[in-house]
Design a protein around this ligand. Structure first.
Ligand code: ADP
Length: 494
């Protein structure tokens, strides 16, 4: 990927976007649209179809028909595998186009987006393509006068509601295993990051995915998302997003057909640095990346920096110096380390968190302000607060922005106590040279993933999911297939 290749794509005009239902592009039946605003400069990029309940209904009918009578769920596994590999091939072929389109829509810096979006989406489709004929049923160890067969069946119609921070990657984490297992999908992207997923749907069709197997409804969460959540014919709802919406989805399920709801919600993940960390400079660098890349719009972001008191001042200063030097700006510049905040609303929320933290007595070490306002885009300085008390809002509430809260601790037990003093449980990290301490911490911390001497970067082979109010169920790895398959027992008297 070269800068001139990116620049050639950065100003291409984007046609008004329609829904993708049963293999066809269609407007919303009421003719309504939403503006797509670029976070890079506040300009209008194009429009999206603003789906209503009737449009969602059509998409679900298409998915149900494809599931009940279509070829996809009945295809030989080798056939599904071929199509999923072809989707991966096409994502790779169009990687730069997808990455630039996505960045213009959501603001992530291109260096990261290129790897994290088309890069991981292609890898995810390949991984589940290969899993198609390797995950199967069981024969139970019964007495010899009976036969117990455990079938693994697709669940039916899967609704996936995804957020705006990594639409292709997170979309693929849900779509690929759902399709691999033989389901049909209705995808609802976020209002502020739909473009690359709409393009993905076209590529899926080009790869030979039959019509109706993947449908995309764009529009507002409170309308299209709610209609999916309340629908009687959706079997599984897989979601990544905020806790507020996650709670609503559980309610929708309870009020409708008890569809299974899998939630990957946010976190307030502790990044714990002991004085015996093997390399404090590296720890500082990766800690800064772990909160500031993609302007902190990362569900696993290490947003609480727990630092052992003996190194606190020096370590916080190191991280602050890195934060202050980071290149924030044009997400389509390869040198940019942190791009734009996704929307004006998110930027406002970030700044409100900064104001509140200062009012509660946290000490602002660096950042805290909106920058590059003259571009019309939404940019914010990497921000670090020190002397954050575990009771302050900044230690408890997810910001989803480039705001780091440094909290001192005294010893291992104190670190564990502070780390677990949160309603969340998504990710964590421990920096230490002691193998025993690393393992003790992995056991003691309540989180879905605990990094040791690094932060982030886990690949498709390992599960990602939260505990406590970070959600339930897992994306990635073979475990993700559990969400999209039912077990059925055949108990046969011989
Ligand atoms: P954020 O606050 O980060 O935007 P949300 O949870 O609001 O996170 O958004 C994640 C996804 O959930 C988006 O696709 C959004 O459209 C959708 N969504 C928002 N509100 C609802 C709702 N009431 N019902 C269903 N989906 C929703």
């Amino acid at each position: 990927m070269r800068q001139d290749q990116i620049d050639a794509l950065r100003n291409l005009s984007i046609a008004p976007q329609q829904l993708f239902i049963a293999g066809r592009h269609e407007p919303a039946s009421a003719g309504t649209t939403l503006d797509v605003v670029s976070p890079l400069d506040g300009s209008r990029l194009t429009t999206l179809a603003d789906a209503g309940a009737a449009d969602v209904e059509r998409a679900i009918i298409a998915a149900r028909k494809a599931f009940d009578t279509g070829s996809w769920p009945r295809a030989a596994p080798a056939e599904r595998k071929k199509v999923l590999h072809r989707i991966a091939d096409l994502i790779e072929k169009h990687a730069l186009e997808l990455a630039v389109l996505g960045v213009r829509d959501n603001g992530t810096e291109i260096a990261m987006a290129y790897k994290a979006e088309p890069g991981s989406a292609a890898g995810t489709f390949r991984y589940y393509a290969e899993a198609v004929d390797k995950v199967h049923g069981e024969i139970a160890p019964t007495a010899d006068n009976v036969l117990g067969l455990v079938h693994r069946e697709p669940v039916g119609v899967v609704a996936a509601i995804v957020p705006w921070n990594f639409p292709l990657m997170i979309g693929a984490w849900k779509i690929a295993p759902a399709l691999a297992a033989g389901n049909c999908v209705v995808l609802k992207p976020a209002e502020t990051a739909s473009l690359s997923l709409l393009r993905l749907a076209e590529l899926c069709a080009e790869a030979g995915l039959p019509e109706g197997v993947l449908n995309v409804v764009t529009g507002r969460g409170a309308v299209a998302g709610e209609a999916l959540g309340l629908h009687m014919d959706v079997d599984v709802l897989a979601f990544t997003g905020s806790g507020v919406t996650g709670r609503r989805l559980l309610e929708y399920s309870a009020r409708s057909n008890l569809k299974r709801v899998y939630l990957e919600l946010g976190g307030k993940s502790p990044n714990i640095v002991f004085a015996d960390a093997p390399d404090l400079d590296l720890a500082a660098k990766i800690s800064a990346q772990g909160i500031y890349r993609n302007s902190g719009q990362v569900c696993v972001a290490g947003s609480r920096l727990l630092v052992e008191r003996s190194i606190r001042e020096a370590f916080v200063a190191k991280v602050a110096a890195i934060a202050a030097r980071m290149t924030v700006g044009d997400p389509l510049d390869l040198a940019t380390e942190a791009g734009a905040v996704n929307s004006a609303a998110q930027l406002e929320r970030n700044l409100a968190h900064v104001e509140r933290a200062a009012a509660e007595g946290a000490v602002l070490v660096t950042g805290g302000r909106r920058i590059l306002e003259e571009t019309g885009g939404y940019y914010m300085q990497p921000t670090l607060f020190d002397a954050v008390h575990p009771d302050m809002a900044l230690a408890r509430e997810e910001v989803f922005g480039p705001v780091l809260a440094a909290i001192p601790f005294d010893d291992e037990a104190d670190a564990v106590r502070i780390a677990n003093a949160t309603s969340y449980g998504l990710a964590a990290a421990v920096w230490t040279s002691s193998l025993s301490r690393a393992h003790r911490m992995v056991r003691a911390i309540k989180a879905g993933v605990v990094h040791v001497n690094t932060y982030g970067g886990a690949d498709i082979t390992v599960p990602l999911g939260g505990v406590r109010q970070s959600g339930n169920g897992h994306d990635k790895s073979l475990h993700a297939l559990d969400k999209y398959t039912d077990l059925k027992t055949a108990w046969i008297s011989l």
